[in-house]
Design a protein around this ligand. Structure first.
Ligand code: FES
Ligand code: FES
Length: 153
């Protein structure tokens, strides 16, 4: 089927199989490879993107379901050569090690802070329950989320 969506502000049109996942459309058709594939079973959060502003696991959404909608990936966050506040906070707080989970973590935190601009540490930890990191122990990721919230005040 033909799908037309907006990805990071640009129109993307493609003929896709009905079963194609959104994450595959982003990586293989739109060539946006920041969005990672970890589990493909909705467990790890590596594939988190924003769909019409809401965070979704793009391995759980069919490309066809995103037809007519707007997607934001990690590549779409920086503006005018400046990192997004959440990206800056990850840099400042060293919120990553191997970086595999990072795009999904950043997108999940962008969504979290949109819904709750001043979260507590507990609320950040709860909000990131769907995103798995096997390297950091989460501590600096949570610090980065709180620092981004502070910077947004
Ligand atoms: S790849 Fe989508 S949740 Fe793990
Ligand atoms: S930094 Fe390696 S999985 Fe999170």
């Amino acid at each position: 089927m033909k799908v037309e969506l907006t990805v990071n502000g640009k129109e993307v049109t493609a003929d896709v199989e009905d079963r194609m996942l959104l994450v595959h459309l982003l990586r293989d058709v739109a060539n946006l490879t920041a969005t990672n594939i970890g589990c493909e079973t909705t467990s790890c959060g590596a594939c988190t993107v924003l769909l019409d502003g809401e965070s979704v696991k793009s391995c759980t959404v069919l490309a066809a379901q995103a037809d007519g909608q707007s997607v934001t990936t990690l590549e779409g966050l920086a503006a005018d050569g400046q990192m997004h506040a959440v990206q800056q906070a990850f840099h400042q707080e060293h919120g990553l090690q191997c970086g595999f989970c990072t795009p999904g973590m950043v997108m999940a935190i962008v969504s979290l802070l949109k819904e709750n601009p001043s979260p507590t540490e507990a609320e950040v930890r709860t909000g990131l329950e769907g995103n798995i990191c096997r390297c950091t122990g989460y501590h600096n990721i949570v610090r980065a989320a709180l620092a981004a919230a502070e910077a947004g005040k």
